[in-house]
Design a protein around this ligand. Structure first.
Ligand SMILES: Cc1cc2nc3c(=O)[nH]c(=O)nc-3n(C[C@H](O)[C@H](O)[C@H](O)COP(=O)(O)OP(=O)(O)OC[C@H]3O[C@@H](n4cnc5c(N)ncnc54)[C@H](O)[C@@H]3O)c2cc1C
Length: 324
């Protein structure tokens, strides 16, 4: 970044001396990979977040939003921008059937609060890492549930304006929303849930989901979860999937699991440097200890290429590449 020292001074003066230089981002991603952020700020509240974005725009300093860091691969060179780390944490129940959560609230805390109040609709999200804003942006989903099923509205920052966006305008799709298309920022999310749930039953379901995820996923091992999106069955690829003899459940689901395709081309256990395709799940890339972003990039390029060349199917990343 040009004039880094000047930009640092400008931001640091306005942000209470809390801006840091060269913060290692490997500390803040679930992959435990990534170089440094040239400028770094922890936004502990929505007020912090809005101020940081406003000043960055005022001084024309490019910025990047990082939240739970569970869906990103940060380059080894890091992010030569002002990285605003979203740590806003307000979380409360309103009108007996709504929960309002700041973007920086851990999904786990949101799920726990919903269970505590017998508010049904979010138990499926048990065990998913990351924060509310990142989950809404990517319409996170598991066990037949998706964020879109419970989002009522979102408080958004667009340019200098802040306003409430209703669910219908968020244009949710499979791991997609309008937040992925533009530069709108999720500040706070209001969830509409079903009151009167059996708290004990919900708690048990949540624990079962977490226990099952621990067998399928790779708990404790650094990763970014599923690397590629499942592939929707379309008119263009239907014949190809028939030829491949995909399992019946995928026809019913309307999508083919990327992990199944990767298993077909024998990727489990494949290793490049410190990056490895998990032995437990063909669509999860793990950091075995000293993986670089470059190792992951090389490995995922091979995964993509093999599925394309051997099966004729194009995979698309679910994980966002940052700083490349
Ligand atoms: C072990 C493991 C298991 C996982 N399982 C699942 C699963 O079952 N289902 C699933 O869907 N996902 C899963 N994930 C992926 C991930 O947890 C989710 O996508 C999560 O919701 C991402 O949130 P985050 O806060 O970590 O986002 P980050 O990784 O911090 O950010 C992701 C993107 O969103 C942007 N962003 C973040 N916050 C905001 C905001 N407030 N406004 C605008 N843009 C923003 C960032 O700039 C970035 O581009 C898994 C990940 C791991 C590591």
């Amino acid at each position: 970044m040009q004039d880094l020292e000047k930009k640092y001074q400008q931001l640091n003066d306005l942000l209470d001396g809390r801006v840091q230089l060269d913060e290692p981002l490997a500390r803040h991603t679930t992959f435990k990979i990534g170089g440094v952020a040239s400028l770094y700020f922890r936004a502990e509240s929505n007020e912090d977040l809005v101020r940081a974005i406003t000043y960055a725009r005022k001084f024309k300093i490019p910025f990047y939003l990082l939240s739970g860091g569970s869906n990103v691969l940060v380059s080894d060179e890091g992010i030569d921008k002002f990285v605003i780390h979203i740590k806003s944490s307000d979380l409360f129940v309103v009108d007996e059937s709504y929960i309002v959560a700041d973007a920086g609230v851990l999904l786990a805390d949101l799920v726990a609060l919903s269970i505590q109040h017998g508010l049904e609709g979010l138990v499926w999200a048990s065990g998913i890492p990351g924060d509310v804003g990142g989950a809404v942006r990517g319409n996170a989903g598991a066990y037949g549930g998706e964020m879109k099923d419970s989002v009522d509205s979102v408080e958004v920052m667009r340019g200098r304006k802040q306003f409430i966006m209703e669910r219908k305008d968020i244009l949710f799709g499979y791991r997609d929303s309008q937040f992925k298309q533009g530069s709108d920022i999720v500040l706070t999310v209001k969830f509409k849930l079903k009151p009167g749930g059996d708290v004990e039953k919900m708690r048990q379901q949540s624990q079962e989901i977490i226990a099952e995820r621990e067998t399928k996923h790779t708990p404790g091992v650094p990763s970014a979860g599923s690397f590629f999106k499942n592939v929707p069955i379309t008119d263009e690829n239907r014949e190809q999937f028939k030829k491949l003899g995909i399992p019946e459940k995928f026809w019913e689901y309307g999508k083919v699991a990327a992990g199944w395709l990767l298993d077909e081309v024998g990727m489990r256990g494949y290793t490049v440097g410190g990056a490895q395709v998990s032995n437990a799940h063909g669509n999860i890339v793990i950091n075995t200890g000293d993986a670089t972003a470059d190792d992951v990039l090389q490995l995922t390029s091979i995964m993509k290429m093999k599925v394309r060349d051997e099966l004729g199917i194009q995979l698309e990343e679910e994980v966002q590449y940052v700083g490349f």
